[in-house]
Write a protein that binds this ligand. Structure first.
Ligand SMILES: N[C@@H](CCOP(=O)(O)O)C(=O)O
Length: 593
């Protein structure tokens, strides 16, 4: 027998042993779980799939194979199931059980199954012209959402219990008494599966193109928007962003060994807003298919939200309407919605003024509100926190520092970390730091006042223009997240934030000014030794630096008169002859030529 085949046989045998072993534990688990639904993916089904998925992942050489497995019900009825598994698609089988106890045993794994059998596109290994990745996933039953999970809107009132709730298919942003809403998942149903199951499932989806799980957001679909049909999802495979080990910045600037930067700006439209917008626009897509009365989606923005909204709406063919404060966002951000065909209103006011207007407009016209006042957005944004844990192999960092403006994101991170802990993927949550620009610091002032009496401020211009917000919509959510994570709020002046961004750039990054605010907060906390030298710390970089080249150019050419620009590195203007070039190099390098 070929050695490879022998190896496979051993793997199969081990898989059987594992599953039979687990089978013994099932009666206990089912007593605990109660009745299995007669249709859809049953608790056991999904659980045994999860184990299989993990075990099957070891068959790495094989492109596709067919797996037979027996399930045995409490009354001794034995059923045989056969399904295809492919390296590219994984599998998601479903069948009906009418019993309380089922034991699954893998009996056979056949190799060299043709790709057609396994549902892979043929045509010389290529997709057919008429095919789409959605069709491919559908053939495997991957498009059918599990019926066991659900979510609903509830008032954001963590300190009170309430019976009030709304379907996610309703167009609603506030509770009866005007509170923000929160998306509440059926945690009982999610808890039917242990942390090991969720980790294996999420890990199995990373790096695939399988629709929609190639997205970092939709790879956590069950925790995000479980009931949406995969066909309705509008995704650019956002998320899965780089967690960068900031080795040089950490060691040389801060004496830290375990500093990381979560580059959320390396994304479809260059900011973390894509994470929330894929969820919101997908839901709108669904609502429009349901013939809900909607003529488009609108937002107020300091540049990133409008860019994301316009791109996702354009991808789905949905009209986007964006309200922007005139002359207060970068050119790169302004051109994004223009290029994506959105209706762009440049208004002679600041962000808070735009926000007031879009709220009034959406009350009168059936335009769906896409700001993070809409709690759907946060469901996508929270996946960045889950992803951080996943990238650390499900370990939790000590600190996570998030720049804060409208303040939805700090709560989204909190929610993601709490969910990981509650569902058994991690054992604790990190301490959160919210970093604000001193020119737009209402949360910082509120924190310093002992969380007493929140007072909005008039935000002054800041290079961190995306967080130039004086009256943040998510203030209550942010305060809750910070109080419950032993959190801290820090601020950074214009000079501090621009210097911090420049310093980070000198170590190989290309940071936006908001990341500069977060890095400056880190430097202050490190100086005070609040954050220790070996504390594992993640700085959340919210947008791509290339959106903010104007301020970087101004800094490096020392055009900003109010600050020293002490790390400026202006280009040398040199005559194009060898002598001048050598002189220039001598002045910069220690050349003795
Ligand atoms: N920084 C935001 C401001 C709007 O915040 P949101 O959380 O309501 O989207 C932007 O990029 O527009």
């Amino acid at each position: 027998m070929h050695t490879l085949n022998k190896k496979r046989l051993i793997t199969v045998a081990l898989t059987c042993v594992t599953l039979i072993g687990r089978g013994r534990a099932f009666p206990f688990m089912f007593e605990k779980w109660g009745v299995i639904p007669t249709t859809g993916v049953s608790a056991l089904e999904a659980r045994s799939s999860g184990h299989l998925l993990a075990d099957m992942a070891s068959l790495t050489q094989e492109n596709a194979c067919r797996v037979s497995c027996f399930s045995e019900c409490f009354h001794g009825v034995r059923k045989e199931h056969s399904f295809s598994w492919s390296k590219r698609l994984g599998f998601n089988r479903k069948c009906n059980y009418e019993t309380l106890q089922v034991r699954a045993t893998v009996s056979k794994i056949e190799h060299n199954v043709s790709s057609q059998d396994a549902g892979l596109a043929t045509n010389g290994g290529k997709r057919k012209v008429t095919d789409s990745i959605k069709d491919e996933a559908r053939r495997h039953g991957l498009l059918e959402p599990p019926t066991t999970f659900s979510a609903k809107y509830v008032p954001f009132s963590p300190y009170e219990t309430t019976e009030e709730f709304y379907s996610l298919d309703e167009i609603i942003y506030r509770s009866k008494d005007g509170k923000l809403l929160d998306v509440q998942h059926d945690m009982k149903a999610l808890k039917e599966y242990d942390g090991k199951y969720w980790k294996a499932l999420f890990d199995s989806r990373v790096g695939k193109t399988t629709w929609p799980f190639g997205s970092g957001v939709w790879s956590k679909k069950e925790w995000v928007l479980p009931e949406i049909d995969n066909d309705d999802i509008v995704s650019a495979f956002e998320g899965n962003s780089n967690l960068f080990w900031a080795e040089r910045f950490g060691k040389e600037m801060l004496g830290m060994s375990d500093l990381w930067v979560k580059h959320c700006g390396i994304s479809h439209t260059g900011s973390f807003k894509d994470l929330g917008m894929t969820v919101l626009v997908s839901q709108v897509n669904k609502l429009m298919k349901m013939n809900k009365k909607l003529i488009g989606v609108g937002c107020a923005s300091t540049g990133d939200t409008s860019a994301a909204l316009s791109a996702y709406c354009a991808a789905a063919g949905i009209p986007a309407i964006v309200f922007l404060p005139a002359n207060k966002i970068s050119i790169a951000q302004l051109v994004q919605p223009i290029a994506n065909g959105a209706i762009v209103l440049s208004l002679d006011t600041d962000f808070d003024g735009c926000m007031r207007l879009i709220r009034e407009v959406t009350e009168q016209v059936p335009i769906y509100l896409a700001n993070s006042l809409n709690s759907l957005r946060l469901e996508g944004q929270k996946t960045a926190a889950i992803e951080i844990c996943q990238q650390f192999d499900w370990e939790v960092p000590d600190w996570v520092i998030v720049p804060g403006g409208n303040l939805g994101n700090i709560y989204a991170f909190y929610k993601g970390f709490v969910m990981c802990k509650e569902l058994g993927l991690t054992d604790r949550t990190p301490r959160l730091v919210c970093a604000q620009a001193a020119n737009a610091n209402p949360l910082y002032l509120h924190y310093k006042a002992g969380w007493n009496n929140f007072v909005p401020v008039k935000a002054s211009p800041t290079f961190a223009s995306a967080i130039q917000i004086g009256d943040p919509v998510s203030i209550d959510r942010a305060v809750y997240a910070l109080k419950n994570s032993d959190g801290i709020v820090e601020e950074a002046t214009e000079e501090e934030l621009m210097d911090a961004a420049a310093l980070a750039d000198m170590t190989g990054m290309f940071t936006c000014p908001h990341t500069g605010v977060a890095l400056s907060a880190l430097m202050k906390l490190r100086e005070k030794n609040v954050i220790g030298p070996t504390d594992r710390t993640v700085v959340v970089s919210t947008a791509h630096g290339l959106k903010f080249t104007q301020s970087k150019i101004a800094y490096h050419s020392k055009e900003i008169t109010e600050i020293q620009c002490k790390h400026a590195n202006p280009p040398l203007e040199v005559k194009a002859d060898l002598g001048s070039v050598m002189d220039a190099l001598r002045s910069k390098l220690s050349l003795t030529l």
